[in-house]
Design a protein around this ligand. Structure first.
Ligand SMILES: NC(=O)c1ccc[n+]([C@@H]2O[C@H](COP(=O)([O-])OP(=O)(O)OC[C@H]3O[C@@H](n4cnc5c(N)ncnc54)[C@H](OP(=O)(O)O)[C@@H]3O)[C@@H](O)[C@H]2O)c1
Length: 328
């Protein structure tokens, strides 16, 4: 099969397509003929040699944390899928390839009405957002939630989920066009952080009460203001650190306001925990995708041959929603 194999680390130019043997499904796995994969910021770090795959080093290091496609081989213990099924899967790597294998329980059916290519935009963004809101953040109907980078892949999924689950959502974005997009996803209030400090805007919007949960992808530069806008017993969920990782912490605020700071990663999480997340997602959020109430937001679609260009585009921070790569 054709696959993007990392043989050296560096800029987008190291992403070259090679011919390698097709993978074979293990007893509990399905093999997927990949229609599309989607880009994640982790792919950029992996390409630079700054984000190793968890577990044993594979023979071929192929980036790609999610795919959609058609099952073409099933292991002997697989019960839920057969060849020909339309599926999407959360991977620890291996998505930039014509075939990928996935444990049955990390695989999900493609919701009715979602194009098979577009389905590749679902696993990382929606599972991360769902997990961050409900499991890590403890949000529920009536919660006030702040979602940073509201036009990002994760942000666009989080806003839609929060809206469907009757939360009030305020979000931050860096441009007018993203502001309009975030409104369309269902945000109750959108702050362009380039025009006003987000903390003041969030406190105004919440009439000084602050928010119960923050989903933060930005990290360092937002940390102090995040603590300022959390209400008593609030939770800051740290999903990404786009602006950096180092910061100082005023323990007085954490103590006095009984705050929680919760970090989260999907990729390195134990497989059983990922399976539990996917089973919960299939029950509680997947039906919303199936009924067309929420949908993956697609910014653009590249061909696998243009993978280097796709990486350059993601770095430019222009995308609204996910950047897809068509494989099959
Ligand atoms: N923990 C996990 O399991 C997990 C899973 C998936 C993703 N992530 C992380 O979540 C983050 C977002 O992923 P994504 O795929 O949704 O991102 P994305 O679609 O690539 O969007 C990221 C957006 O963040 C904003 N941004 C970038 N740098 C910023 C900065 N220094 N300050 C403020 N805003 C900044 C930009 O939007 P504006 O123009 O609006 O500023 C940018 O378009 C990444 O760090 C990723 O690694 C974590």
């Amino acid at each position: 099969m054709k696959a993007v194999v990392l043989e050296e680390f560096g800029g987008p130019e190291v992403l070259t397509i090679r011919e390698i043997p097709d993978p074979i499904a293990g007893p509990d796995e399905v093999r997927i003929r990949v229609s599309a994969t989607a880009l994640n910021r982790a792919d950029l770090l992996e390409r630079q040699g700054r984000y190793a795959m968890p577990g044993n080093k594979p023979r071929y290091q192929i980036p790609g944390l999610e795919v959609s496609g058609v099952v073409d081989q099933v292991g002997e213990r697989v019960v839920a899928y057969r060849p020909g099924d339309r599926v999407m899967a959360l991977l620890s790597g291996g998505g930039y390839a014509e075939y990928a294998v996935s444990p049955e329980r990390l695989t999900m059916p493609v919701p009715v009405g979602i194009d098979i290519i577009n389905a590749a935009a679902i696993p990382e963004a929606f599972l991360t957002a769902f997990d961050a809101l409900f499991t890590q953040g403890g949000a529920g109907p009536g919660s006030r939630v702040l979602v940073h980078a509201g036009a990002s892949g994760v942000g666009s999924a989080a806003i839609q989920l929060a809206h469907q689950f009757h939360m009030s959502v305020v979000t931050t974005v860096g441009s007018q066009i993203k502001l309009e997009a975030a409104r369309a996803f269902g945000a109750d209030h959108v702050v362009n952080y380039r025009h006003e400090p987000f903390a003041d805007a969030v406190l105004d919007w919440s009439q000084g009460r602050g928010v119960d949960v923050i989903l933060d992808l930005v990290g360092q530069s937002y940390f102090a203001d995040n603590l300022r806008v959390l209400s008593h017993d609030g939770t800051l969920v740290v999903i990404g650190t786009l602006s950096g990782t180092a910061t100082t912490l005023d323990l007085g605020i954490v103590l006095g306001n009984r705050l929680k700071i919760q970090g989260t990663t999907l990729r390195s999480r134990a497989v059983e925990k990922k399976m539990a997340l996917i089973q919960r997602f299939l029950k509680e959020a997947w039906p919303l995708l199936d009924r067309g109430l929420i949908a993956p937001v697609i910014d653009s679609t590249y061909d696998l041959a243009d993978i280097a260009e796709a990486h350059r585009y993601l770095v430019s921070n222009q995308n609204i929603g996910k950047v897809l790569v068509r494989v099959g």
